[in-house]
Design a protein around this ligand. Structure first.
Ligand SMILES: [Fe+2]
Length: 263
């Protein structure tokens, strides 16, 4: 990238979002949820990239990956009124398509453009496939960390607000009862990632969110996680049983170990 100025792209994105605004407050709340999420992922991507000591050009590219990662959410919501990919479309692939079709990144050198589009297209995969080139992989890893850091915020807020005020499309439709599945807790204890299809209750989803920590790529991301007390705040929404508290301790140990690493 020849310029570190992202003003044009931020203005493009703000205008793009406005074309999806609704008069209806419930729909509008769902759109705003993604617009605000985007802004915070953009900021997180910059923080992680700076934490990695990247040069200004690469920090700007990381910022663009954050800014555009969820661009597909808006047409997804317009056409399907949901953010559940399994009930609609893959929003990451759709986002990459929007960037290509609307020639949003045309002013960037081809390599940079392709890296950002690749990072957008793959930001939501369960496991990053082999064969992604080094540059695309860097921005992909940054945006995956930046995204998780903000999804934790979104859900911590979601869990603590009055159910009537929750953005309707943010939920997963899982029962909010006091139970959780022993095998999900076991996966967390084994430091394994949990699959969405295996969830039975909202507490299982909270455990899945804690397991995401094992997928964070960079020490600066773990440091942001610690600064924001994400583990403590998520743990506070879970039932206080001895086995949950053991699992939380083990997660905290992992975070402490990895946040001390240099990269
Ligand atoms: Fe996304």
């Amino acid at each position: 990238m020849n310029s570190t100025d992202t003003t044009y792209y931020r203005a493009w994105f703000a205008d793009y979002c406005k074309t999806f605004y609704y008069d209806d407050p419930e729909h509008q709340r769902n759109i705003r949820l993604k617009e605000e999420h985007t802004e915070l992922v953009r900021q997180n991507a910059v923080l992680v990239a700076r934490g990695l000591g990247l040069g200004d050009d690469d920090v700007a590219l990381a910022e663009l990956a954050g800014l555009f990662h969820d661009v597909g959410r808006f047409p997804q919501y317009r056409d399907h009124k949901t953010f559940r990919d399994s009930d609609s479309v893959n929003h990451a692939a759709l986002g990459a398509k929007v960037l290509v079709e609307q020639k949003v990144l045309e002013a960037l050198p081809k390599d940079d453009r392709e890296s950002i589009i690749r990072a957008v297209a793959l930001h939501n995969v369960f496991t990053v496939p082999p064969g992604v080139d080094e540059r695309a992989l860097l921005f992909l890893r940054i945006v995956r960390d930046a995204d998780k850091l903000d999804i934790w915020r979104v859900f911590i807020e979601y869990f603590i607000v009055n159910p009537d005020e929750r953005p309707s499309a943010a939920g997963l439709g899982l029962p909010d009862d006091p139970t959780y599945s022993p095998h999900i807790l076991e996966q967390l204890r084994q430091r394994e990632m949990v699959r969405l299809d295996d969830l039975r209750t909202l507490n299982d989803f909270k455990l899945l969110q804690l397991a995401w920590i094992f997928d964070l790529n960079f020490a600066p991301s773990l440091r942001l996680l610690r600064e924001r007390n994400i583990v403590g705040r998520l743990a506070g929404t879970l039932p206080s049983t001895a086995e949950i508290s053991d699992a939380i301790t083990s997660v905290n140990n992992y975070v402490r170990e990895r946040s001390g690493e240099t990269r």
